[in-house]
Design a protein around this ligand. Structure first.
Ligand code: NAP
Length: 250
């Protein structure tokens, strides 16, 4: 029996990176995991296979967020596999390489559509499916609290908006015993950060130096934090912004 045996979890953007790490960890803890992806079905199936190989249970659901009726379509797909859920992790997100001076309105709108609007409507439309005593975790960013990378201003703004969503939603869902928290990673080694880390000779070393612990984070570093929040041990933590940057903000 794992800590999450009998629970169902949905992790958005679980085909790759941090979301995959979270899905695998929740699967190991006994949850049945809905592995959501946008376009990369093959990667999602690899996540499902990894969870099953470790003795867990999972299924993949693909809906590109930031497209019309994304939330409705995602829940329709989810309902074909499961009857309600206990854990909702909003992890899917996109970044931008374009600075304040460069970003166009279309890209700005897409950043907010995927990183902010999708979690908002997914939660609203899924609230009846989420069982009392459940958990919502929003994957934020250290950049919501520091101006360390001001050129990423539009991306950082989306994460700050997500954090306000966390705070207010914790009050709205609290009467049902549902906790809502933000987990804020620093630089994590994923496809998203490949250019930053490996695009230049000293990228990895410079990123590692930002952390008090002297290394770049892994998806598992974030997944273990999420595992605590969604477990029974995390029941009295809600509306919280949890720094999972490896000490990058200190
Ligand atoms: P990643 O490696 O690029 O993976 C992104 C995941 O999100 C993939 O599963 C992808 O699905 C899915 N996704 C992206 N856009 C989508 C869309 N429009 N619709 C549906 N699914 C979509 O990213 P990551 O680095 O793991 O980041 C995960 C989260 O952590 C993001 O919210 C990011 O902002 C946040 N974060 C990351 C870092 C970091 O250093 N990596 C730091 C702080 C916060 P497909 O495989 O189908 O494309």
């Amino acid at each position: 029996m794992g800590a999450l045996t009998g629970k169902t979890a949905l992790v958005t953007g679980a085909s790759r990176g941090i979301g995959r790490g979270i899905a695998e960890r929740l699967g190991r803890d006994g949850a049945r995991v809905a592995v959501h992806y946008g376009t990369n079905a093959k990667a999602a199936e690899e996540t499902v296979a990894a969870i099953e190989a470790a003795g867990g249970s999972a299924f993949a659901i693909g809906v590109e967020l930031g497209t019309p009726r994304d939330a409705e379509r995602l829940w329709d797909e989810f309902d074909r596999h499961a009857d309600g859920l206990d854990i909702l992790v909003h992890n899917a997100g996109i970044g931008t390489a374009r600075s304040f001076g460069e970003i166009e309105q279309e890209e700005y709108d897409r950043l907010f559509a995927v990183n902010v609007k999708a979690p908002f409507f997914l939660t609203r439309l899924g609230a009846d499916r989420l069982r009392d005593g459940g958990r919502v975790v929003n994957i934020s960013s250290g950049l919501a609290r520091t101006a360390a990378m001001p050129h990423l201003i539009a991306y950082s703004m989306t994460k700050a908006a997500l954090d306000v969503f966390t705070r207010d939603l914790s009050k709205l869902l609290g009467p049902r015993g549902i906790t809502v928290n933000s987990v804020a990673p620093g630089i994590i080694d994923t496809d998203n950060t490949a250019d930053l880390l490996y695009g230049t000779e000293d990228g990895l070393a410079r990123a590692a130096a930002l952390s008090a612990l002297g290394r770049v984070g892994t998806p598992a570093d974030v997944a273990d934090v999420v595992a605590f929040l969604v477990s029974e041990d995390g029941r009295w933590v809600t509306g919280h912004w949890l720094d999972a940057t490896g000490g990058s903000l200190t």
